[in-house]
Design a protein around this ligand. Structure first.
Ligand code: ADP
Length: 211
């Protein structure tokens, strides 16, 4: 099973790019953010524990991440794209362990999506997410508050405000960015400062032959 890892600051476009790769290249999209928000929505024991952590912009503990991720990972049969994991060195090592255990994950590419901080803040302040399918939209282009893919409601995430963004951004610099060194030669950096067409073109160049 091929595995693409996305590493990026908040609002850099992990979710949008994942959905594109999922639709066009037939990868299964696993977003730890979506899995965690789902636990909160369903008010599970995990959901109750993590609600305030997510709203504050801090990272959820590695043990919880392992639990929710492994459950989803075990159901995967196709190639996978990992959006939001690993975010710490311990999680990168956990993936290596899963690889040993299941002996079928091939970390094929690690895509680092880079973005200017000011552009990320603007996107965060205008971001809308579909409650049902997790698709991402901008208040700047959307006419009504309905998802154009599945028709469900679009909402602003509780952690999508400038103050929490700055905390999430600093957490990214401290905990997650160092993983680029860990993955070394596997890392490819693409910039997502301009239009969606440009970023999709970059992704197509990277994944040529995978269709
Ligand atoms: P972002 O747009 O900030 O990248 P995500 O949807 O990926 O958002 O994640 C939202 C929040 O969920 C994070 O700020 C963090 O609190 C929590 N989270 C998601 N994935 C992880 C992870 N792998 N480890 C720890 N916390 C996580």
């Amino acid at each position: 099973m091929k595995c693409i890892i996305l590493i990026a600051a908040p609002a850099a476009g992990k979710g949008t790019i994942s959905k594109y790769i999922e639709d066009k290249y037939n990868y299964k999209h696993i977003s730890t953010g979506d899995l965690l928000r789902n636990e909160i929505k369903k008010n599970t024991e995990i959901g109750k524990k993590i609600k305030s952590i997510i709203s504050s912009g801090s990272l959820v503990g590695d043990d919880v991440i392992k639990e929710v991720f492994e459950k989803e990972f075990k159901k995967s049969k196709s190639n996978i794209i990992l959006d939001g994991i690993p975010r710490t060195l311990a999680q990168a090592k956990m993936l290596d362990e899963l690889d040993k255990e299941y002996d079928n994950i091939e970390i094929d590419k690690v895509i680092h999506i880079d973005i200017d901080k000011e552009i990320a803040i603007d996107r965060i302040e205008n971001r809308l997410i579909c409650e049902n399918c997790g698709s991402v939209f901008s208040k700047k282009v959307i006419k009504d508050s309905k998802c154009t893919k599945c028709g469900d409601n679009l909402v602003s995430r509780e952690d999508d405000n400038k103050e929490t963004f700055l905390d999430r951004y600093n957490t990214f610099l401290k905990e997650t960015k160092p993983l680029l060194k860990y993955y070394g030669d596997k890392v490819i950096t693409i910039y997502n400062n301009s239009t969606l067409e440009d970023i999709y073109k970059n992704v197509d160049e990277l994944l040529e032959g995978d269709e």
